[in-house]
Design a protein around this ligand. Sequence first.
Ligand SMILES: [Zn+2]
Length: 217
Amino acid sequence: MMHADTRQAVVGLCLRLSERGYFAGTGGNLMLRIDPTLVAVTPSATDYLVMQPEDVCLLRLADLSLVDGARPPSVETGLHARVMRARPDVGCTIHTHQPLASACALIGEPLVVPPALQTMLGTEVPVVGYAPSGTSWLAGKLARAVRPQRQAWLLRNHGVICCGRDSTAALAAVEQLERLACDHLAARLADRGRREPGMMARLAPVSALLAGANDGA
Ligand SMILES: [Zn+2]
């Protein structure tokens, strides 16, 4: 099997993302760079708990032609490729529907990154305007938001995409983004409670849920 180690790494990474609740069922996908011309990407609509290394697709980055793989590549392959082509420093991209950051993508507010998290997340997490999943329209919108210092993007009404120089860095970005989203939502609720004291009792259970989510992360 071609590039067995990389394919095994993709399988392992998907399992970790599933265990931690970032990939749910077949939702979420990722790309790993093998060399400047070749990438490995998760297959389309596959349960990550039963995925095998031979299911992982090897593609040419330039035109996304299939080099090897038993299944068709993820429908979001174009999203990952736009980041990889524009950013040769990136070795891994991860797209998820992780709950709290996806809630921020629904609200549509960019996230300000505190200095302590900027190494992993970049200086800001922008919102990429809505376009349907799997379309070149969405990939084009993301491409226009790629900058050298950005490592995470909120995809409006959809989810997120994070990147890093390798899979460890990309996974750390996914985790830190979820914590940052949790803090953003908690601050938003606290602000609403201050402005509308009558809402406090109704907001309290959600605040408690968010506090618990951040402890567990
Ligand atoms: Zn998606």
